[in-house]
Design a protein around this ligand. Structure first.
Ligand code: GDP
Ligand code: MG
Length: 445
Protein backbone atom coordinates (compact mmCIF):
# COMPACT_ATOMS: atom_id res chain seq x y z
CA UNK A 1 0.00 0.00 0.00
CA UNK A 2 0.95 3.64 -0.28
CA UNK A 3 1.70 3.89 3.41
CA UNK A 4 4.15 0.96 3.23
CA UNK A 5 5.93 2.49 0.28
CA UNK A 6 6.13 5.86 1.95
CA UNK A 7 7.32 4.15 5.07
CA UNK A 8 10.46 2.99 3.31
CA UNK A 9 10.99 6.35 1.65
CA UNK A 10 11.00 7.99 5.05
CA UNK A 11 12.76 5.32 7.06
CA UNK A 12 15.99 7.27 7.12
CA UNK A 13 14.27 10.55 7.90
CA UNK A 14 12.59 9.53 11.12
CA UNK A 15 12.80 12.18 13.75
CA UNK A 16 13.24 15.24 11.58
CA UNK A 17 11.19 18.32 12.39
CA UNK A 18 9.90 19.63 9.09
CA UNK A 19 9.40 18.06 5.67
CA UNK A 20 12.09 19.25 3.29
CA UNK A 21 11.61 19.70 -0.43
CA UNK A 22 13.67 16.58 -1.08
CA UNK A 23 11.59 14.47 1.34
CA UNK A 24 8.37 15.68 -0.18
CA UNK A 25 9.46 15.08 -3.77
CA UNK A 26 10.51 11.53 -2.91
CA UNK A 27 7.16 10.91 -1.26
CA UNK A 28 5.25 12.45 -4.14
CA UNK A 29 6.79 9.94 -6.54
CA UNK A 30 5.01 7.23 -4.54
CA UNK A 31 1.80 9.21 -4.33
CA UNK A 32 1.93 9.66 -8.08
CA UNK A 33 2.13 5.89 -8.61
CA UNK A 34 -0.76 5.33 -6.21
CA UNK A 35 -2.93 7.85 -8.07
CA UNK A 36 -2.10 6.39 -11.47
CA UNK A 37 -2.86 2.91 -10.15
CA UNK A 38 -6.22 4.22 -9.02
CA UNK A 39 -6.79 5.35 -12.61
CA UNK A 40 -6.68 9.08 -12.01
CA UNK A 41 -6.07 10.77 -15.37
CA UNK A 42 -2.44 11.75 -15.95
CA UNK A 43 -2.97 15.49 -16.35
CA UNK A 44 -5.03 15.56 -13.16
CA UNK A 45 -2.34 13.64 -11.28
CA UNK A 46 0.25 16.16 -12.36
CA UNK A 47 -1.80 19.15 -11.28
CA UNK A 48 -2.68 17.54 -7.96
CA UNK A 49 0.93 16.59 -7.18
CA UNK A 50 2.14 20.11 -7.96
CA UNK A 51 -0.39 21.63 -5.58
CA UNK A 52 0.19 19.19 -2.76
CA UNK A 53 3.97 19.40 -3.07
CA UNK A 54 3.83 23.11 -2.48
CA UNK A 55 1.56 22.58 0.49
CA UNK A 56 3.67 19.83 2.04
CA UNK A 57 7.13 21.37 1.84
CA UNK A 58 7.98 22.80 5.21
CA UNK A 59 5.05 21.17 6.96
CA UNK A 60 5.83 20.23 10.51
CA UNK A 61 5.98 16.53 11.32
CA UNK A 62 3.96 16.25 14.46
CA UNK A 63 5.12 14.05 17.27
CA UNK A 64 3.89 10.45 17.28
CA UNK A 65 3.44 10.11 13.54
CA UNK A 66 6.18 9.32 11.03
CA UNK A 67 7.01 11.68 8.16
CA UNK A 68 5.41 9.14 5.80
CA UNK A 69 2.17 9.22 7.71
CA UNK A 70 2.33 12.98 7.83
CA UNK A 71 2.60 13.14 4.03
CA UNK A 72 -0.24 10.68 3.65
CA UNK A 73 -2.36 12.87 5.87
CA UNK A 74 -1.54 15.98 3.86
CA UNK A 75 -2.27 14.16 0.60
CA UNK A 76 -5.45 12.69 2.02
CA UNK A 77 -6.69 16.04 3.30
CA UNK A 78 -5.99 17.68 -0.05
CA UNK A 79 -7.76 14.88 -1.85
CA UNK A 80 -10.82 15.04 0.40
CA UNK A 81 -10.97 18.78 -0.04
CA UNK A 82 -10.63 18.50 -3.82
CA UNK A 83 -13.31 15.82 -3.95
CA UNK A 84 -15.65 18.23 -2.22
CA UNK A 85 -15.37 17.01 1.35
CA UNK A 86 -15.31 20.56 2.63
CA UNK A 87 -18.16 21.72 0.45
CA UNK A 88 -20.72 23.73 2.36
CA UNK A 89 -23.65 21.55 3.26
CA UNK A 90 -26.30 21.69 0.61
CA UNK A 91 -23.80 21.97 -2.19
CA UNK A 92 -24.09 18.27 -2.93
CA UNK A 93 -27.86 18.33 -2.84
CA UNK A 94 -30.02 18.67 -5.90
CA UNK A 95 -31.24 22.10 -6.90
CA UNK A 96 -34.90 21.20 -7.09
CA UNK A 97 -36.55 23.69 -4.77
CA UNK A 98 -37.62 25.84 -7.69
CA UNK A 99 -40.97 26.75 -9.18
CA UNK A 100 -42.18 23.28 -10.23
CA UNK A 101 -41.46 21.36 -12.21
CA UNK A 102 -37.73 21.13 -11.55
CA UNK A 103 -36.00 19.58 -14.53
CA UNK A 104 -33.13 17.15 -14.07
CA UNK A 105 -31.35 15.96 -17.21
CA UNK A 106 -29.07 12.96 -17.26
CA UNK A 107 -26.22 12.84 -19.77
CA UNK A 108 -23.33 10.48 -20.37
CA UNK A 109 -21.95 7.74 -22.58
CA UNK A 110 -23.99 4.67 -23.44
CA UNK A 111 -23.82 2.05 -20.72
CA UNK A 112 -22.63 4.53 -18.10
CA UNK A 113 -25.80 3.93 -16.09
CA UNK A 114 -28.04 6.88 -17.06
CA UNK A 115 -31.30 4.98 -17.25
CA UNK A 116 -30.65 3.02 -14.07
CA UNK A 117 -29.60 6.18 -12.23
CA UNK A 118 -32.69 8.00 -13.49
CA UNK A 119 -34.87 5.33 -11.89
CA UNK A 120 -32.76 5.33 -8.71
CA UNK A 121 -33.04 9.11 -8.38
CA UNK A 122 -36.76 8.99 -9.08
CA UNK A 123 -37.23 6.41 -6.33
CA UNK A 124 -35.06 8.42 -3.93
CA UNK A 125 -36.93 11.67 -4.59
CA UNK A 126 -40.30 9.95 -4.31
CA UNK A 127 -39.65 7.93 -1.18
CA UNK A 128 -37.15 10.08 0.72
CA UNK A 129 -38.09 13.59 -0.38
CA UNK A 130 -41.83 13.10 -0.93
CA UNK A 131 -41.65 14.55 -4.42
CA UNK A 132 -44.06 13.77 -7.23
CA UNK A 133 -41.76 12.63 -10.01
CA UNK A 134 -42.21 12.11 -13.75
CA UNK A 135 -39.59 10.25 -15.80
CA UNK A 136 -39.20 10.54 -19.55
CA UNK A 137 -36.86 8.69 -21.89
CA UNK A 138 -35.49 10.78 -24.74
CA UNK A 139 -33.50 7.84 -26.06
CA UNK A 140 -34.96 7.23 -29.50
CA UNK A 141 -31.71 5.75 -30.79
CA UNK A 142 -32.25 2.33 -29.24
CA UNK A 143 -35.70 0.81 -29.85
CA UNK A 144 -36.00 -0.72 -26.40
CA UNK A 145 -34.73 2.26 -24.42
CA UNK A 146 -38.05 3.98 -23.77
CA UNK A 147 -39.60 0.65 -22.86
CA UNK A 148 -36.71 0.01 -20.42
CA UNK A 149 -37.57 3.19 -18.52
CA UNK A 150 -41.28 2.41 -18.55
CA UNK A 151 -40.60 -0.95 -16.90
CA UNK A 152 -38.34 0.72 -14.31
CA UNK A 153 -41.17 3.16 -13.65
CA UNK A 154 -43.49 0.26 -12.90
CA UNK A 155 -40.93 -1.30 -10.56
CA UNK A 156 -40.35 1.93 -8.66
CA UNK A 157 -43.98 3.06 -8.86
CA UNK A 158 -42.89 6.30 -10.50
CA UNK A 159 -44.86 7.80 -13.39
CA UNK A 160 -43.33 7.73 -16.87
CA UNK A 161 -44.29 9.89 -19.80
CA UNK A 162 -46.50 7.92 -22.24
CA UNK A 163 -44.47 6.84 -25.27
CA UNK A 164 -45.43 8.36 -28.63
CA UNK A 165 -43.76 6.45 -31.44
CA UNK A 166 -41.64 8.59 -33.76
CA UNK A 167 -41.45 11.68 -31.57
CA UNK A 168 -38.00 13.30 -31.46
CA UNK A 169 -36.00 14.03 -28.27
CA UNK A 170 -36.53 17.80 -28.04
CA UNK A 171 -40.27 17.37 -28.60
CA UNK A 172 -40.45 14.60 -26.00
CA UNK A 173 -38.57 16.78 -23.50
CA UNK A 174 -40.96 19.67 -24.05
CA UNK A 175 -43.96 17.38 -23.75
CA UNK A 176 -42.55 16.02 -20.48
CA UNK A 177 -42.21 19.50 -19.05
CA UNK A 178 -45.65 20.53 -20.19
CA UNK A 179 -47.23 17.36 -18.80
CA UNK A 180 -45.48 17.85 -15.48
CA UNK A 181 -46.67 21.43 -15.26
CA UNK A 182 -50.28 20.57 -16.06
CA UNK A 183 -50.41 17.51 -13.81
CA UNK A 184 -48.62 19.01 -10.83
CA UNK A 185 -45.37 17.05 -10.81
CA UNK A 186 -42.53 18.48 -8.71
CA UNK A 187 -39.65 17.00 -10.67
CA UNK A 188 -39.12 15.83 -14.25
CA UNK A 189 -36.23 13.45 -14.92
CA UNK A 190 -35.01 13.41 -18.50
CA UNK A 191 -33.06 10.30 -19.47
CA UNK A 192 -31.09 10.93 -22.66
CA UNK A 193 -29.42 8.73 -25.25
CA UNK A 194 -25.72 7.95 -25.18
CA UNK A 195 -23.16 6.69 -27.66
CA UNK A 196 -20.21 4.44 -27.07
CA UNK A 197 -17.92 7.35 -27.85
CA UNK A 198 -18.41 11.07 -27.73
CA UNK A 199 -19.87 12.02 -31.13
CA UNK A 200 -21.03 15.29 -32.60
CA UNK A 201 -24.61 14.28 -33.47
CA UNK A 202 -25.25 13.16 -29.91
CA UNK A 203 -23.67 16.29 -28.50
CA UNK A 204 -25.77 18.56 -30.73
CA UNK A 205 -28.95 16.69 -29.75
CA UNK A 206 -28.05 16.99 -26.08
CA UNK A 207 -27.35 20.72 -26.34
CA UNK A 208 -30.67 21.23 -28.12
CA UNK A 209 -32.55 19.43 -25.34
CA UNK A 210 -30.77 21.48 -22.69
CA UNK A 211 -31.47 24.68 -24.60
CA UNK A 212 -35.18 23.87 -24.93
CA UNK A 213 -35.81 22.73 -21.36
CA UNK A 214 -33.29 24.82 -19.36
CA UNK A 215 -32.71 22.06 -16.76
CA UNK A 216 -32.13 22.96 -13.12
CA UNK A 217 -29.67 20.10 -12.93
CA UNK A 218 -27.61 18.49 -15.67
CA UNK A 219 -25.91 15.44 -14.20
CA UNK A 220 -23.06 13.73 -15.99
CA UNK A 221 -23.30 10.00 -15.31
CA UNK A 222 -19.91 8.28 -15.41
CA UNK A 223 -18.76 4.72 -14.87
CA UNK A 224 -16.26 4.66 -11.98
CA UNK A 225 -14.14 2.31 -14.08
CA UNK A 226 -13.45 5.07 -16.60
CA UNK A 227 -9.70 5.53 -16.65
CA UNK A 228 -7.57 7.90 -18.64
CA UNK A 229 -10.54 8.63 -20.91
CA UNK A 230 -12.28 10.47 -18.06
CA UNK A 231 -10.72 13.80 -18.99
CA UNK A 232 -11.89 13.57 -22.60
CA UNK A 233 -15.40 12.54 -21.61
CA UNK A 234 -15.75 15.22 -18.98
CA UNK A 235 -14.40 18.04 -21.10
CA UNK A 236 -16.49 17.02 -24.13
CA UNK A 237 -19.74 17.11 -22.14
CA UNK A 238 -18.75 20.22 -20.24
CA UNK A 239 -18.10 22.07 -23.50
CA UNK A 240 -21.58 21.30 -24.74
CA UNK A 241 -23.93 21.73 -21.77
CA UNK A 242 -23.76 23.55 -18.41
CA UNK A 243 -23.16 20.56 -16.15
CA UNK A 244 -24.24 20.98 -12.52
CA UNK A 245 -22.94 17.74 -11.07
CA UNK A 246 -21.61 14.24 -11.56
CA UNK A 247 -22.94 10.81 -10.63
CA UNK A 248 -20.33 8.07 -10.38
CA UNK A 249 -21.78 4.62 -11.05
CA UNK A 250 -20.43 1.11 -10.36
CA UNK A 251 -18.70 2.17 -7.19
CA UNK A 252 -19.63 -1.32 -5.98
CA UNK A 253 -17.06 -2.77 -8.38
CA UNK A 254 -13.28 -3.02 -8.23
CA UNK A 255 -12.68 0.55 -9.32
CA UNK A 256 -10.39 2.43 -6.99
CA UNK A 257 -12.36 5.55 -7.84
CA UNK A 258 -9.70 7.61 -9.56
CA UNK A 259 -12.34 8.75 -12.02
CA UNK A 260 -13.88 10.75 -9.17
CA UNK A 261 -10.81 12.94 -8.92
CA UNK A 262 -10.52 13.33 -12.69
CA UNK A 263 -14.19 14.23 -13.02
CA UNK A 264 -14.12 16.70 -10.19
CA UNK A 265 -10.98 18.37 -11.50
CA UNK A 266 -12.17 18.68 -15.10
CA UNK A 267 -15.85 19.53 -14.59
CA UNK A 268 -15.29 21.65 -11.47
CA UNK A 269 -18.69 20.39 -10.37
CA UNK A 270 -19.57 18.41 -7.26
CA UNK A 271 -19.97 14.66 -7.41
CA UNK A 272 -23.46 14.37 -6.03
CA UNK A 273 -24.18 10.67 -5.90
CA UNK A 274 -22.52 7.29 -6.17
CA UNK A 275 -24.20 4.25 -7.70
CA UNK A 276 -23.36 1.15 -5.71
CA UNK A 277 -25.20 -1.66 -7.43
CA UNK A 278 -27.79 -2.69 -9.99
CA UNK A 279 -30.69 -2.58 -7.52
CA UNK A 280 -32.78 0.55 -7.59
CA UNK A 281 -31.99 1.55 -4.03
CA UNK A 282 -28.23 1.30 -4.60
CA UNK A 283 -27.66 5.05 -4.69
CA UNK A 284 -25.70 6.93 -2.06
CA UNK A 285 -24.65 10.50 -1.39
CA UNK A 286 -21.05 10.81 -2.56
CA UNK A 287 -18.64 10.38 0.35
CA UNK A 288 -15.40 12.28 -0.37
CA UNK A 289 -13.64 10.91 2.70
CA UNK A 290 -14.26 7.31 1.80
CA UNK A 291 -13.36 7.71 -1.85
CA UNK A 292 -10.13 9.53 -0.96
CA UNK A 293 -9.12 6.56 1.17
CA UNK A 294 -9.98 4.21 -1.62
CA UNK A 295 -8.01 6.17 -4.22
CA UNK A 296 -4.92 6.19 -2.03
CA UNK A 297 -5.47 2.57 -1.04
CA UNK A 298 -5.00 3.44 2.57
CA UNK A 299 -8.05 2.67 4.62
CA UNK A 300 -5.58 1.50 7.24
CA UNK A 301 -3.61 4.73 7.36
CA UNK A 302 -6.61 6.96 7.86
CA UNK A 303 -7.48 5.05 10.99
CA UNK A 304 -3.91 5.19 12.16
CA UNK A 305 -3.58 8.93 11.74
CA UNK A 306 -6.94 9.35 13.38
CA UNK A 307 -5.73 7.41 16.38
CA UNK A 308 -2.60 9.54 16.47
CA UNK A 309 -4.64 12.70 16.27
CA UNK A 310 -5.07 12.86 20.03
CA UNK A 311 -1.29 13.18 20.19
CA UNK A 312 -1.22 15.65 17.32
CA UNK A 313 -3.56 17.84 19.26
CA UNK A 314 -1.42 17.48 22.34
CA UNK A 315 1.65 18.57 20.37
CA UNK A 316 -0.30 21.40 18.77
CA UNK A 317 -1.46 22.60 22.13
CA UNK A 318 2.11 22.65 23.46
CA UNK A 319 3.33 24.54 20.42
CA UNK A 320 0.52 27.03 20.76
CA UNK A 321 1.25 27.58 24.42
CA UNK A 322 4.86 28.38 23.54
CA UNK A 323 3.80 30.82 20.84
CA UNK A 324 1.21 32.46 23.03
CA UNK A 325 3.93 33.08 25.57
CA UNK A 326 5.79 35.01 22.88
CA UNK A 327 2.69 36.92 21.79
CA UNK A 328 2.40 35.28 18.36
CA UNK A 329 -0.56 33.81 16.53
CA UNK A 330 -0.51 32.78 12.85
CA UNK A 331 -2.81 30.77 10.58
CA UNK A 332 -1.36 27.44 11.70
CA UNK A 333 -2.34 28.39 15.22
CA UNK A 334 -5.79 29.42 14.07
CA UNK A 335 -6.20 26.13 12.26
CA UNK A 336 -5.10 24.25 15.35
CA UNK A 337 -7.75 26.12 17.26
CA UNK A 338 -10.43 25.34 14.70
CA UNK A 339 -9.55 21.66 14.81
CA UNK A 340 -9.76 21.59 18.56
CA UNK A 341 -13.00 23.48 18.53
CA UNK A 342 -14.50 20.90 16.24
CA UNK A 343 -13.14 18.06 18.36
CA UNK A 344 -14.42 19.63 21.52
CA UNK A 345 -17.86 20.11 20.12
CA UNK A 346 -17.80 23.69 19.10
CA UNK A 347 -16.57 27.13 19.86
CA UNK A 348 -18.52 27.52 23.03
CA UNK A 349 -16.33 25.23 25.07
CA UNK A 350 -13.09 26.87 24.02
CA UNK A 351 -14.06 30.46 23.56
CA UNK A 352 -13.95 31.26 27.20
CA UNK A 353 -10.61 29.56 27.72
CA UNK A 354 -8.38 31.27 25.21
CA UNK A 355 -7.60 34.95 25.05
CA UNK A 356 -8.58 36.57 21.79
CA UNK A 357 -11.26 33.98 21.32
CA UNK A 358 -13.69 36.51 22.70
CA UNK A 359 -14.00 37.88 19.17
CA UNK A 360 -14.80 34.43 17.85
CA UNK A 361 -17.28 33.83 20.63
CA UNK A 362 -19.04 37.06 19.84
CA UNK A 363 -19.25 36.07 16.19
CA UNK A 364 -20.66 32.73 17.19
CA UNK A 365 -23.21 34.15 19.58
CA UNK A 366 -24.39 36.49 16.84
CA UNK A 367 -24.85 33.47 14.61
CA UNK A 368 -22.03 34.30 12.21
CA UNK A 369 -20.08 31.15 13.02
CA UNK A 370 -21.35 27.61 13.33
CA UNK A 371 -19.87 24.13 13.00
CA UNK A 372 -20.06 24.16 9.22
CA UNK A 373 -18.23 27.44 9.10
CA UNK A 374 -15.41 25.93 11.13
CA UNK A 375 -14.89 23.31 8.44
CA UNK A 376 -14.93 25.93 5.75
CA UNK A 377 -12.42 28.09 7.59
CA UNK A 378 -10.16 25.11 7.94
CA UNK A 379 -10.39 24.46 4.20
CA UNK A 380 -9.34 28.04 3.54
CA UNK A 381 -6.31 27.75 5.78
CA UNK A 382 -5.41 24.42 4.20
CA UNK A 383 -5.40 26.11 0.81
CA UNK A 384 -2.65 28.42 1.96
CA UNK A 385 0.98 27.48 1.49
CA UNK A 386 2.98 26.87 4.69
CA UNK A 387 4.70 30.20 4.12
CA UNK A 388 1.40 32.05 3.87
CA UNK A 389 0.18 30.39 7.01
CA UNK A 390 3.24 31.45 8.96
CA UNK A 391 3.47 34.94 7.44
CA UNK A 392 -0.08 36.25 6.99
CA UNK A 393 1.21 39.65 5.84
CA UNK A 394 2.25 38.23 2.44
CA UNK A 395 -1.34 37.55 1.44
CA UNK A 396 -1.82 39.64 -1.69
CA UNK A 397 -5.08 39.90 -3.61
CA UNK A 398 -3.76 37.40 -6.14
CA UNK A 399 -2.94 34.89 -3.43
CA UNK A 400 -6.35 35.37 -1.85
CA UNK A 401 -8.03 34.54 -5.14
CA UNK A 402 -5.96 31.37 -5.45
CA UNK A 403 -6.77 30.39 -1.88
CA UNK A 404 -10.48 31.02 -2.38
CA UNK A 405 -10.43 28.88 -5.49
CA UNK A 406 -8.55 26.11 -3.74
CA UNK A 407 -11.02 26.04 -0.88
CA UNK A 408 -14.01 26.29 -3.18
CA UNK A 409 -15.16 29.54 -1.64
CA UNK A 410 -15.07 33.29 -2.13
CA UNK A 411 -12.40 35.92 -1.43
CA UNK A 412 -14.90 37.45 0.98
CA UNK A 413 -14.80 34.28 3.08
CA UNK A 414 -11.00 34.26 2.91
CA UNK A 415 -10.99 37.83 4.16
CA UNK A 416 -13.15 36.83 7.10
CA UNK A 417 -10.60 34.22 8.16
CA UNK A 418 -7.79 36.75 7.75
CA UNK A 419 -9.68 39.20 9.92
CA UNK A 420 -10.11 36.56 12.59
CA UNK A 421 -6.38 35.76 12.55
CA UNK A 422 -5.59 39.49 12.75
CA UNK A 423 -7.94 40.00 15.69
CA UNK A 424 -6.37 37.14 17.54
CA UNK A 425 -2.82 38.20 16.73
CA UNK A 426 -3.66 41.65 18.08
CA UNK A 427 -5.09 40.11 21.19
CA UNK A 428 -1.94 38.02 21.59
CA UNK A 429 0.24 41.12 21.39
CA UNK A 430 -1.88 42.90 23.96
CA UNK A 431 -1.69 39.87 26.13
CA UNK A 432 2.09 39.86 25.89
CA UNK A 433 2.19 43.49 27.02
CA UNK A 434 0.10 42.52 30.00
CA UNK A 435 2.65 39.92 30.96
CA UNK A 436 1.76 36.90 28.84
CA UNK A 437 -0.09 33.87 30.07
CA UNK A 438 1.03 34.47 33.61
CA UNK A 439 -0.41 37.95 33.46
CA UNK A 440 -3.66 36.60 32.18
CA UNK A 441 -3.80 33.95 34.84
CA UNK A 442 -3.27 36.66 37.40
CA UNK A 443 -6.06 38.71 35.88
CA UNK A 444 -8.44 35.78 35.88
CA UNK A 445 -7.65 34.84 39.43
P1 GDP B 1 -27.26 3.80 -19.93
O1 GDP B 1 -26.94 3.25 -21.27
O2 GDP B 1 -26.35 4.92 -19.57
O3 GDP B 1 -28.69 4.18 -19.79
O4 GDP B 1 -26.96 2.62 -18.87
P2 GDP B 1 -27.99 1.70 -18.07
O5 GDP B 1 -28.67 2.47 -17.03
O6 GDP B 1 -28.86 0.98 -19.04
O7 GDP B 1 -26.98 0.71 -17.35
C1 GDP B 1 -26.14 -0.20 -18.02
C2 GDP B 1 -25.85 -1.38 -17.09
O8 GDP B 1 -25.13 -0.94 -15.95
C3 GDP B 1 -27.10 -2.05 -16.55
O9 GDP B 1 -26.92 -3.43 -16.58
C4 GDP B 1 -27.17 -1.57 -15.11
O10 GDP B 1 -27.80 -2.49 -14.26
C5 GDP B 1 -25.72 -1.39 -14.76
N1 GDP B 1 -25.51 -0.42 -13.70
C6 GDP B 1 -25.91 0.89 -13.65
N2 GDP B 1 -25.49 1.49 -12.51
C7 GDP B 1 -24.82 0.53 -11.81
C8 GDP B 1 -24.12 0.55 -10.54
O11 GDP B 1 -24.03 1.55 -9.80
N3 GDP B 1 -23.53 -0.63 -10.17
C9 GDP B 1 -23.59 -1.76 -10.95
N4 GDP B 1 -22.97 -2.85 -10.52
N5 GDP B 1 -24.21 -1.78 -12.14
C10 GDP B 1 -24.83 -0.66 -12.57
MG1 MG C 1 -30.16 4.32 -21.23
Amino acid sequence: SLSDRLGSVFEKLRGRGALTELDVRAAMREVRIALLEADVALSVVKQFIDEVTERAIGAEVVRSVTPGQQVVKIVNDALVSLLGGDAPEGDNQLNIDVTPPAVIMMVGLQGSGKTTTTAKLAKFLTEKKAKKVLMASLDVARPAAQEQLRVLGEQTKVATLPIIAGQQPVAIAERARQTAKLQGFDVVLLDTAGRLNVDTALMAEMAAIAGATKPDEILLVVDALTGQDAVNVASAFKAEVPLTGVVLTRMDGDARGGAALSMRAVTERPIKFAGTGEKLDALEAFDAQRVAGRILGMGDIVGLVERASANIEQADAEKLAAKLAKGQFDFDDLRGQLKQMKAMGGLGALAGMIPGMAAAKKAMDSGAIDEKVLGRMEAIILSMTPKERAKPEILTAKRKIRIAKGAGTTVQEVNKVIKMQLDMATAMKKLKKMGGMKGMAAMMA
